[in-house]
Design a protein around this ligand. Structure first.
Ligand SMILES: *[C@@H]1O[C@H](CO)[C@@H](O)[C@H](O)[C@H]1NC(C)=O
Ligand SMILES: *[C@@H]1O[C@H](CO)[C@@H](O)[C@H](O)[C@H]1NC(C)=O
Ligand SMILES: *[C@@H]1O[C@H](CO)[C@@H](O)[C@H](O)[C@H]1NC(C)=O
Ligand SMILES: *[C@@H]1O[C@H](CO)[C@@H](O)[C@H](O)[C@H]1NC(C)=O
Ligand SMILES: *[C@@H]1O[C@H](CO)[C@@H](O)[C@H](O)[C@H]1NC(C)=O
Ligand SMILES: *[C@@H]1O[C@H](CO)[C@@H](O)[C@H](O)[C@H]1NC(C)=O
Ligand SMILES: *[C@@H]1O[C@H](CO)[C@@H](O)[C@H](O)[C@H]1NC(C)=O
Ligand SMILES: *[C@@H]1O[C@H](CO)[C@@H](O)[C@H](O)[C@H]1NC(C)=O
Length: 455
């Protein structure tokens, strides 16, 4: 047995003797208590070096990272020097981009036992905070419908004169992109405080995710953005959850927050309707057919779908009696905009959204309701539920986008609009009406939804 001091000396001598670890472009290395603490960076005209801490909370003492692009045998550190740059960390992430004409070195100080990753990219940093958060569809007592950020876009080519053919009522969904971005969903009760941990993919991936992903598939939401859609089951009722989506293994989107409904909430989730491509929420329907966790276009009752498609078809027929694309009723909007706005409004109006008086924000546009509803007699009778009223703006947007001759009119806030719509949530409300324009939005990233926007 060697004395401890001698062992330490030996270790020190060994680490000096060791060669530096080389980093390669396009790769990530994972380290804990690195030895040596210098990493050589290849020669390149432009590289993005990124680091991510994989443990602890955002106020844990952290290692410091220094990069130099002066040469590949420098020893950058807190003592500074020419062309030595510190990579400052924010919530566990840091990056530095620049030219490495003679290669470079990354040095780590105070690494302790903190596990971390280093990524080297000739494009955007490998580790990244994605600016677009995931999207919540809706929840039930035990389920949640969530969407990744969009990863591909479908360009909508509006028709033009003389062949001004608008999309059919039952929109066709194009084939999904063949190389979708890889996403991983992470959900955890908000009480676990994920948001105060390092906000990095390596940290979040290591957390236990709540619930079970019952289904995961791509969906062209809004008929324009491809997202990965998740149906999560097995959550606890009336619980606050925090959700993230990890993109391409190293990039983090989120957090968003949501609350599951109370245990008495009985409305099932509905989504993936090609004719209503933005709809993903709970509706006053009986439990879905056996073995199915929710409704989609394959099992939504025909008695609901047929009149909706018929209205949209009839509306489109009337709309195109106008010489769309040859004549213009507005310098700003076209018949295609009118049809899109009408579709959004019709879907929101025809497909009532359930709310939960128990977990909704206090000023949400809730209305005790009973199916069949005056607006859509097709919904099965006998279901008493709380309706989250459509946002008045779904109506006024249609009014604005459509030609006058259609006679499309919305109720007026000062009179009785609030009986049938959520008023004043998005546009500033007039005096004495529901939302008082206080939110400027129909929902937020904390899971609050004030009215049904048809989305
Ligand atoms: C190192 O990067 C800095 C900042 O981007 C740049 O100004 C400098 O010219 C680079 N050094 C070399 C040797 O290219
Ligand atoms: C890189 O770091 C800077 C701060 O130095 C930060 O503003 C930026 O968002 C980071 N870029 C990425 C892609 O994370
Ligand atoms: C008119 O446009 C529709 C939809 O874009 C297309 O399917 C159809 O073939 C076109 N008809 C003619 C005559 O170009
Ligand atoms: C809508 O179109 C799809 C094919 O794109 C078809 O499978 C489905 O049955 C149609 N739905 C209705 C209600 O016509
Ligand atoms: C998952 O969703 C897809 C698309 O709607 C559907 O085809 C599939 O049957 C679903 N799988 C399960 C297990 O529900
Ligand atoms: C969920 O979060 C909201 C707002 O942050 C809070 O008011 C509420 O008490 C929380 N509910 C539970 C069950 O923790
Ligand atoms: C997607 O990401 C997960 C987790 O990061 C990884 O295990 C899986 O191999 C990835 N799949 C593909 C196809 O890249
Ligand atoms: C659409 O028009 C047809 C033919 O005029 C009519 O029979 C049908 O009832 C209309 N649909 C709706 C929902 O009004």
């Amino acid at each position: 047995m060697l004395p401890a001091t001698l062992l330490l000396l030996l270790n020190a001598a060994l680490s000096v003797a060791q060669t530096r670890q080389s980093l390669s472009t396009g790769y990530v290395v994972s380290e804990q208590a690195p030895n040596p603490t210098f990493f050589t960076i290849p020669t390149a005209s432009q590289l993005a070096i990124s680091v991510a801490l994989c443990s602890g909370t955002t106020d844990t003492p952290v290692p410091r990272f220094f990069v130099t692009n002066s040469s590949s045998d420098a020893s950058p550190g807190s003592s500074g020097g020419d062309n030595v740059f510190e990579i400052l960390l924010n919530q566990g992430h840091g990056n530095w981009s620049g030219a490495f004409p003679a290669g470079g070195v990354l040095g780590v100080e105070d690494a302790g036992q903190m596990p971390f990753e280093i990524g080297v990219s000739d494009g955007v940093p490998i580790h990244e905070v994605v600016l677009t958060p995931p999207l919540l569809g809706d929840t039930t007592a035990t389920q949640a419908l969530l969407f990744s950020p969009s990863f591909a876009w479908q360009t909508q080519q509006d028709p033009s004169y003389p062949n001004y053919t608008l999309p059919t009522a039952n929109l066709s969904v194009p084939d999904a992109p063949s190389n979708p971005t890889n996403f991983t969903l992470v959900i955890s009760p908000t009480s676990n405080a994920l948001a105060s941990m390092q906000q990095t993919a390596c940290m979040l991936r290591a957390q236990k995710s709540s619930g079970t992903i019952a289904n995961q598939s791509m969906w062209l939401r809004d008929a324009s953005e491809w997202r990965t859609e998740y149906l999560v089951t097995g959550l606890a009722a009336k619980t606050n959850y925090t959700a993230y989506v990890i993109q391409s293994t190293y990039k983090v989107s989120g957090p968003i927050y949501f609350t599951t409904k109370s245990s008495t909430f009985s409305c099932p989730l509905v989504s993936r309707l090609p004719y209503c491509p933005s709809i993903s929420y709970a509706m006053p329907l009986p439990p879905p057919p056996a073995s199915q966790a929710m409704y989609d276009s394959t099992n939504l009752p025909e008695s609901i779908v047929t009149p909706l498609l018929s209205s949209l078809t009839n509306f489109t027929t009337t709309l195109t009696t106008f010489a769309c694309g040859r004549d213009f009723y507005s310098p700003l909007v076209s018949c295609a905009d009118c049809q899109r706005a009408y579709r959004t409004w019709l879907c929101a109006i025809s497909l009532p959204r359930c709310g939960d008086a128990d977990s909704a924000p206090a000023n949400a546009a809730l209305l005790p309701s009973q199916a069949p509803d005056a607006r859509n007699p097709a919904f099965p009778a006998g279901n008493t539920y709380t309706q989250l009223l459509p946002c008045l703006e779904t109506c006024t947007a249609t009014d604005r986008a459509c030609p006058n001759f259609l006679g499309f009119r919305c109720p007026i806030p000062q009179f009785n609009a609030a009986q049938s719509y959520g008023v004043g949530y998005i546009d500033s409300g007039e005096e004495g009406v529901q939302g008082h324009g206080s939110t400027g939005a129909w929902g937020d990233n904390f899971g609050n939804v004030w009215c049904n926007s048809g989305q």
